[in-house]
Write a protein of this length. Structure first.
Length: 441
């Protein structure tokens, strides 16, 4: 069997790593960019390691990475963010973020009675009996809930933080999705961790795993341009090669790009429900200091302006030169603008709010800046997981391909969904192969 995997991000590399471990399967990973990893791409600048995607892992002890570590023999270390040094800023006051029972009791974002109510809600989510899972959206649940306004605001803020979206969009997330996500996270003993060495620690091992099989190759800077089916085989044309023949194809790229590639094929209609999916974009402000400017906390979330700053180097010492400090600021973005000028002004305002947060808690930071990178429209997820969008299944009825990526159905959010859907697509293909062999016998 010969497999083509289109896309060399986390999902594509995961699927290829599983398939390349099997005998009698050969394949090619096609990646249009010069580098692998997709939005998990990592690069070095002046001794600092910068990630295009945030590399925090939520609930790592219950994460798909744990399965991959065992099944693919991956080796990596992670370190947990210190929960006692995670704070919220509200109306100019700092307070512990209510991440566990200890912090809930200490936090100032809830009154004593509201804390009791919120603890009860957390317990209900853990027990899988919370009513939230029966509501179409978080907004519908909150509108009908008799919870205090501060508790409702906290729910919006938690979902904003974990899904990287605005509170307005947080209200549009499915109640079932939120209940399942927080059931998993609240049960975790390691809610927020960083992979030491960033995503490259994972991607390098996946690439090495694929390279161990001489029947597999990885083609970078080679986008697939067309795909047709002839006599049960898939014929691919790329930017530099023609008439490449494969037995199966796995798409590991944003669903919007899949829809464009299949626009003039017999499978267009089945993909139409997914072509208008919107993505999650944020403003990212990375700044590296030549020394530790200040370390009042490891993470601060500004509830008023919907921005947060992570002191990445406080948890992952590998991302900075000796004595340095790396902060990553992220602002959740709206995507509803009447014109480009309104959008430009909005992004400028968000940048100013971010810099104001730096000014408040990291005085004189500009004087010690060694590296800086600002991305005003960084894609976090190719499909924003709100009720009006549809995540793509690994397999669509009537479509002969398999699909994986963070815009596909799978466990968790963000990178975990890329890992879990890539793993699932590989397992699905292997199961199909076993079924075909059994029928032949």
């Amino acid at each position: 069997m010969k497999i083509a995997i289109i896309g060399g991000g986390l999902a594509g590399l995961t699927a290829a790593a599983y398939l390349s471990a099997q005998p009698n399967i050969e394949g090619t990973v096609f990646e249009r960019s010069p580098q692998l990893g997709g939005r998990a791409f990592t690069y070095e600048k002046s001794g600092f390691t910068l990630n295009y995607g945030a590399h925090a892992v939520y609930g790592i002890d219950r994460h798909t990475l744990q399965h991959m570590e065992e099944e693919l023999n991956l080796k990596f270390q992670s370190k947990q963010v210190d929960k006692r040094k995670v704070v919220y800023a509200k109306h100019g006051r700092l307070t512990p973020a209510p991440l566990d029972f200890v912090n809930i009791m200490k936090t100032g974002v809830l009154t004593p009675m509201e804390k009791v109510r919120f603890v009860a809600e957390v317990a209900a989510v853990i027990s899988h009996i919370h009513q939230l899972k029966h509501y179409r959206t978080l907004g519908e649940y909150l509108d009908k809930s008799n919870s205090a306004p501060d508790v409702k605001e906290l729910w919006e803020h938690l979902v904003s933080s974990n899904f990287f979206i605005t509170p307005e969009d947080a209200r549009k997330v499915s109640g079932e999705v939120i209940a399942e996500y927080y059931h998993n996270l609240f049960l975790s003993s390691k809610p927020v961790n960083y992979i030491l060495g960033s995503w490259t620690t994972i991607t390098d091992q996946l690439v090495h795993k694929i390279g161990e099989n001489e029947k597999w190759d990885i083609a970078v800077k080679e986008p697939v341009e067309t795909i047709v089916m002839e006599k049960g085989k898939f014929i691919l044309n790329t930017k530099s090669r023609e008439a490449l023949e494969f037995d199966q194809v796995i798409f590991a790229m944003p669903v919007q790009q899949v829809c464009k590639m299949l626009e003039n094929t017999p499978w267009k209609t089945q993909l139409d429900p997914y072509k208008d999916n919107t993505c999650t974009e944020v403003l990212v402000y990375d700044v590296g200091f030549s020394k530790v400017v200040a370390r009042p906390f490891h993470y601060i979330s500004d509830m008023d302006n919907k921005v947060f700053i992570s002191d990445v180097s406080a948890t992952d010492y590998t991302v900075v030169p000796v004595g340095g400090q790396l902060l990553q600021g992220i602002a959740y973005l709206n995507d509803d603008f009447s014109d480009e000028e309104e959008k430009k002004q909005y992004l400028e305002k968000k940048t100013q709010q971010m810099e104001a947060l730096f000014d408040t808690y990291y005085p004189d930071w500009r004087e010690h800046t060694a590296v800086k990178r600002v991305s005003k429209k960084a894609m976090v997820a190719s499909v924003k997981n709100i009720y009006s969008n549809k995540l793509l299944p690994n397999k669509l009825p009537g479509v002969p391909f398999l699909f994986c990526g963070d815009g596909c159905e799978g466990k968790g959010e963000l990178a975990e969904r890329a890992f879990s859907s890539g793993r699932a697509a590989a397992q699905m293909l292997l199961n199909q192969r076993l079924e075909t062999k059994a029928l032949a016998l």
